[in-house]
Design a protein around this ligand. Structure first.
Ligand SMILES: C[S@@+](CC[C@H](N)C(=O)[O-])C[C@H]1O[C@@H](n2cnc3c(N)ncnc32)[C@H](O)[C@@H]1O
Length: 200
């Protein structure tokens, strides 16, 4: 198994209990930088694999070949700052590992991302639609709708615009369900839409 473990924005206390347990239990933890190294070192000694700008492809290729073999029998964690599902090196690593060996199971462990934690720091309450992006964006490729009581209606326009859409209900809760958008949904439901190849 290969875990992508989210370390949160940088404060050790913002690590989740699940991340803590997995970091303790796996056979090896790999970190891509000094800050991640310092967080994991409080739990155990990780292996630092730097991924420098000019050599990123080469290092990722080498690392993913190693993990594609190792992670069939062993549990290894790649631990990175923030949430590994967002703009993370782990995406490339996970994609390459899957490409090289379909027998490797991959799991992402969510964490506190920089762009939600900053609101607590600023004592800002988000109570209206929000855009989270990188500077080079041309088109929104991900949409999340909270308070999605009528998922099917919400998803109709997204689908017309070429998005894939799911209804995500009770995520990480008992009764978790991910399905095609339905007419009605419970309170703990989001609609998640995306465009282009970005899933494993
Ligand atoms: C490659 S993205 C990774 C985002 C990360 N996966 C997350 O969930 O926060 C790196 C960018 O996230 C932002 N970032 C990450 N950690 C931050 C922090 N502790 N404070 C401010 N910005 C941060 C900065 O804009 C930085 O350039």
């Amino acid at each position: 198994m290969l875990y992508g473990v989210s370390l949160g924005p940088g404060d050790f206390e913002l690590l989740t209990l699940k991340a803590y347990r997995i970091l303790k239990e796996v056979e090896e933890v790999i970190v891509p930088g000094e800050l991640a190294y310092e967080i994991v070192r409080k739990i155990r000694e990780p292996k630092l694999v730097k991924i420098p700008m000019g050599r990123a492809e080469e290092v990722i290729e080498e690392l993913s070949s190693e993990l594609a073999e190792k992670c069939v029998e062993k549990d290894v964690a790649f631990a990175a700052l923030g949430d590994v599902a967002f703009f993370s090196t782990f995406q490339k690593i996970a994609e390459k590992v899957t490409e090289k060996n379909k027998n490797v199971e991959i799991e992402l462990i969510p964490g506190v991302p920089s762009f939600t934690s900053v609101f607590s720091k600023l004592k800002l309450f988000v109570n209206a639609p929000i855009l989270i992006t990188t500077p080079e964006f041309e088109e929104v490729k991900f949409k999340v709708v909270l308070k999605a009581k009528n998922p099917r209606k919400i998803s109709e326009t997204f689908e017309k615009d070429g998005f894939e859409v799911v209804q995500a209900e009770k995520i990480f809760m008992e009764g978790e369900r991910i399905c095609k958008p339905e007419d009605k949904a419970s309170y703990f439901t989001m609609v998640v839409a995306w465009k282009g190849k970005c899933t494993l």
